[in-house]
Ligand binder design. Sequence first.
Ligand code: WT7
Length: 663
Amino acid sequence: MSNRTGRARARGTQDIESLLQEKRVFKPDAAFAKQANWKRGTLAEYRDLAERSPQRFWAKMAREHVDWFAPWKRVLDWKPPFAKWFVGGKLNVSYNCLDRHLLGEDAWRRNKAAIIWEGEPGETRVITYGQLHREVCKFANVLKELGVRKGDRIALYMPMIPELAIAMLACTRIGAPHSVVFGGFSAEALRDRILDVGATFVVTADGGYRRGKAHALKPAVDEALDGIDAVSHVVIVRRTGQKINFEAGRDLWWHDLMERASADCKPAKLDAEHPLFVLYTSGSTGKPKGILHTTGGYLTYVTVTAKAIFDLKEEDTYWCTADIGWITGHSYVVYGILANGATTFMYEGVPTHPRPDRFWDIIERHQITIFYTAPTAIRTFIRLGEEHPKKHDLSTLRLLGTVGEPINPEAWMWYHRVIGRKRCPIVDTWWQTETGGILITPIPGVVSTKPGSATLPFPGIEPDVFDEEGRSVRPPNGGFLVIKKPWPGMLRGIWGDDARYVEQYWKRYRNVYFAGDGAHRDKQGNFWIMGRIDDVMNISGHRIGTMELESALVSHAKVAEAAVVGRPDEITGTAIVAFVTPVSGANIGGDLRNELREHVSKQIGAIAKPKDIHFTDALPKTRSGKIMRRLLRAIASGDERVGDTSTLEDYSVLARLREAEEG
Ligand code: WT7
């Protein structure tokens, strides 16, 4: 096995030891349990059914949570590793998120808030289900009139404004798969994604507000589309009012188009396996993967998980702080929440603007009841100090959630004590872009929690921890996290690359999904996720591939070779450390460091900027020429014990790297 695996093991063992000392157990609160959507009995019954017949369980979930225009003929068609769920069934996602809330006995929801939005400058908008339905129908008609046909891909590069949700839902209404590109990604990254997915339309905005400034988006679109003829139209939302370049014939204003659009648009009756969206995520090669999700299985999965795990009730105001540009925003800002007829709160800006208490101020003013955020944010708040949340009345909160990376028990305890005021259950939810929705999580009111553990699988989900040979390891040993049965929310492939799909997720173990995370279980069966074991780093809950960074670095004229590793960071979980060999004669020092950071930012986006850059005249390599990342990792984190160096080709490299460190 490669030294990668050895590293995962070594790190895993260390973590296991520290986590095994975690003895605190939080039993469900009786009052919460009494009102919970899923009671102890419900969960037991579902687990039992899912064990006896997963297909019958998922069929029941699909029937109870989703409205179908035509029933499916088969629940699952599984030709490993290719799955089709609810085969032959017909449905529409926007119908399920909107129309059905306006009909029959649910018609009262017409005037219920679907989206409550707050811009960073402070303005708010409330959009009811009735209004959202109207806007979505209008924008669906706009797209149709521009020539968008079922199956055409639409790239959405937008700030966190309601128009993003409207555009997504409009796409689903006519069966045009969307590909949302996070607004923090660069023009280059946007261009790569537009080309890979073959988008023919782009929806964007002039800009959005971040940290008190108007952050422009349109220039990146112009740059990304330079030389791409396939994109016929760019629709632009006016958000900031900043000046933009307007390309006649191609560019169109959202408000002009909407003014003229009809609000009458029938939802397309789409096949359960019709592509719903493609969302890019980093992998262990240089090229991001377009993760494909389809209609029926995905909608079923996000709707049932949102209802059970967030305990969504009619009167809740639910806030997930993720940007819609990530899977968390797709599944649990938009689709899973609206499909349940619940109220989703959306915020445009950064957590600390204009003051460090912005989030707590929002919770108080909007009376947020359910709050879902990431460990990296929690660690930032810990550092900012308790006085900020303490200034606010957070008594409306009744449930807290976390996602994106392992949460350290101390951060969990702070979240419980300072934000939850010891009253709120915490759901630590493990999942991935690929899984569509949450797979491992406590069910609030039923499952006891332990700080740092995502606890137990959702019914119908069968995770395991495997050793290298594919044997299930006994608690408390660590190994590779796998999922042994298909589930409706699973990815259906990597856009345009079936071979990579097979290679990435299904090759290591036969017909078993390989998640790429290390994990172990305790005696009660709780899962403890240790983090990535491949060449993917998790920076503030976002995946960045080391290869992707390395190719960005070497594309700079002054860089001959580069290797990137992660080191532990108190706030972001992992910090990016780059080892760079400049071309001979290049002037190194502060200027080149800044130049390289800017270069990476331009190639990928600001989130990928390396924190540390070390210049070195050579990288440590094995005799076969493989970069010894284990050594670099040790150096990056200031670890003296670099371990076995017997395969190192040139010993002096190590000494010189250390010297560079001191210099
Ligand atoms: C990776 C997936 C799923 C939405 C956010 C990230 C890590 C995610 C947890 C958790 C420990 C977690 C894993 C996973 N991760 N949630 N609760 N505990 N680790 O989506 O970008 O697809 O990243 O995030 O390493 O593989 P993503």
